[in-house]
Design a protein around this ligand. Structure first.
Ligand code: ZN
Length: 403
């Protein structure tokens, strides 16, 4: 027997009584599956999450519908509390329900306008706990999105009545309405006059003014389609409050008015870019000086340059400076030149180069001893390693048969 959908008759009722048809324990969990003769709990259906609330004081954690029968999952492990025929009390979470009604009705308005103005179909809808997404069969540019928003909110301001009815089959045949699947009977048509007629099973607000605000906060283009993320009513207010908090912080940090905060961020990014250039220039000067110092030392030592190795450790060095230092050292004609950046605690990123030998030899030692991650060609390897400077040096000097 089909469950009587009390929410169909009155979307604004919060409490109800019903008779238990069946209560079955859910194996392995302190949960019961309860079927009632009637319910106010809207099940998960049509892309919308189910109502939450309590049944006889026990939290209702899920509501599903199958073949017209609605099943409530409740956080109770004792079926004896729900004998067949017992009258039980249920109460839905009104805040949650009303938010769903606001968002769902807002979606109808947007879909109706997309259909009548652009001829687009709604090809996907999802109303979750935090977001509402709406997939359309065509795309709009930024200006059209703003126009869509304005048109949708005009419908809100008009405070139009939203009605739901089950028209008889012969009447249904003649009616034009939006629907993802074609049905012939038991179709519930939700009408917003002049805006939208759509087959839908969910609860809606009675008048469009109750939606408060319809705001599109995300547009994702995907080939020929478009996914809109929308917020309505209380969610829209909360989203705007959250964004305002963020914007005020950016405005404060950049010392720009909130409606021009982006220019402050642009200015900061430009300054960062200029500073980076200066740092790089300074680093390259330092690199040249380090290379020169090693050249002088090598020459003064009288050592055989082609069998010498240089491994340097620098706490901070940009990738460009690291590469430049390694190349500069290699150019001295040494066997291996390695530059490690980082520290003993966080590990090192390294580059090892060689002009006449194979840089993969010391790299293999690092991999074997310290499970270093890296690789490359005979002329250059790069990688990362977690070990102390002392241990790394000892390893590449002994295991690599260098120096
Ligand atoms: Zn609907």
């Amino acid at each position: 027997m089909n469950t009587i959908k009390l929410y169909d008759e009155n979307a604004y009722a919060v409490e109800f009584t019903a008779s238990v048809v069946q209560a079955v324990p859910l194996s392995g969990a302190e949960r019961l599956l309860v079927i009632l003769d009637r319910t106010l709990f809207f099940p998960e259906e049509g892309g919308q999450t189910p109502d939450s609330g309590v049944l006889e004081g026990f939290p209702v954690t899920d509501v599903q519908i199958k073949d017209g029968v609605i099943t409530h999952t409740i956080a109770c492990g004792d079926p004896s509390l729900f004998p067949e025929g017992k009258t039980v009390c249920g109460k839905i979470d009104w805040e949650h329900r009303f938010s769903n009604m606001q968002n769902h009705t807002g979606e109808h308005i947007l879909s109706g306008i997309l259909h009548s103005v652009y001829g687009y179909e709604n090809v996907g809808f999802r109303l979750s706990e935090n977001t509402v997404t709406l997939d359309t069969s065509g795309q709009l540019d930024d200006e059209q999105i703003r126009d869509l928003e304005l048109r949708a909110n005009r419908v809100v301001w008009q405070n139009l009545a939203v009605t739901a009815a089950y028209p008889p089959a012969e009447e249904l045949e003649k009616l034009e309405y939006r629907s993802k699947i074609s049905l012939t009977e038991g179709v519930r048509l939700v009408t917003i006059p002049g805006v939208d007629v759509c087959a839908c099973c969910a609860p809606h607000v009675a008048r469009t003014g109750e939606i408060g605000l319809i705001k599109i906060i995300g547009v994702l283009h995907n080939k020929k389609n478009m996914r809109l993320t929308i917020v309505c009513g209380k969610r829209a207010l909360e989203e705007m409050q959250l964004r305002q908090t963020q914007l005020e912080e950016i405005s404060h940090l950049t010392s720009r008015p909130a409606d021009d905060a982006a220019s402050g961020v642009h200015k900061l990014l430009e300054e960062i870019s200029q500073l980076k250039e200066k740092v790089t220039a300074a680093e390259l000067i330092r690199v040249t000086s380090i290379v020169k110092q090693h050249k002088d030392e090598l020459e003064a030592s009288g050592a055989e340059i082609t069998s010498s190795c240089i491994f340097l450790f620098e706490k901070e060095l940009s990738p460009l400076a690291q590469r430049s230092l390694m190349n500069g050292l290699c150019d001295l004609g040494v066997r291996f030149a390695g530059v490690f950046t980082g520290d003993d605690e966080t590990g090192y990123r390294y580059l090892i180069g060689s002009r006449a030998d194979d840089a993969r030899v010391p790299n293999a030692v690092l991999k074997e001893r310290f499970s270093a991650k890296g690789g490359g060609k005979p002329e250059m390897v790069q990688g990362s390693v977690s070990a102390s400077e002392e241990m790394i040096l000892a390893a590449v000097e002994s295991g690599g048969q260098v120096r």
